[in-house]
Design a protein around this ligand. Structure first.
Ligand code: SF4
Ligand code: F3S
Length: 104
């Protein structure tokens, strides 16, 4: 599976949503997640993210993000159409410490 990681927080560009063939993205206020049970591992979303915030779970040290994607995919609504990126997305892109700002 693929997972969304920290740099999506407060950016939420949503280019990923448009390309997913199985619509397995779920939307929070300032972050998106992938439902790992629904992702078919096609990989097309990874290069679409301007924030480089999508990674295959074969990358090291992603346990926390696999856990968060799994958790919020159950709590948040499905998203199938791209909306606008968050207003200050460019300013937040690449900033450290964004996990603390994740809105539930
Ligand atoms: Fe969707 Fe493919 Fe990305 Fe999985 S890897 S979230 S199936 S686009
Ligand atoms: Fe987030 Fe990148 Fe999608 S910033 S909403 S994972 S395009």
């Amino acid at each position: 599976t693929y997972v969304v990681v920290e740099n999506c927080i407060k950016c939420k560009y949503q280019d990923c949503v448009e390309v997913c063939p199985v619509d397995c993205f779920y939307e929070g206020e300032n972050f998106l997640v992938i439902n790992p049970d629904e992702c078919i591992d096609c990989g097309v979303c990874e290069p679409e993210c301007p924030a480089e915030a999508i990674l295959p779970d074969t990358e090291p040290n992603l346990e926390k993000w696999i856990e968060l994607n799994t958790k919020y995919a159950e709590l948040w609504p499905n998203i199938t159409r791209k909306g606008d990126a968050l207003a200050d997305a460019k300013d937040w892109d690449g900033k450290p410490g964004k996990l603390a700002m994740l809105s539930e």
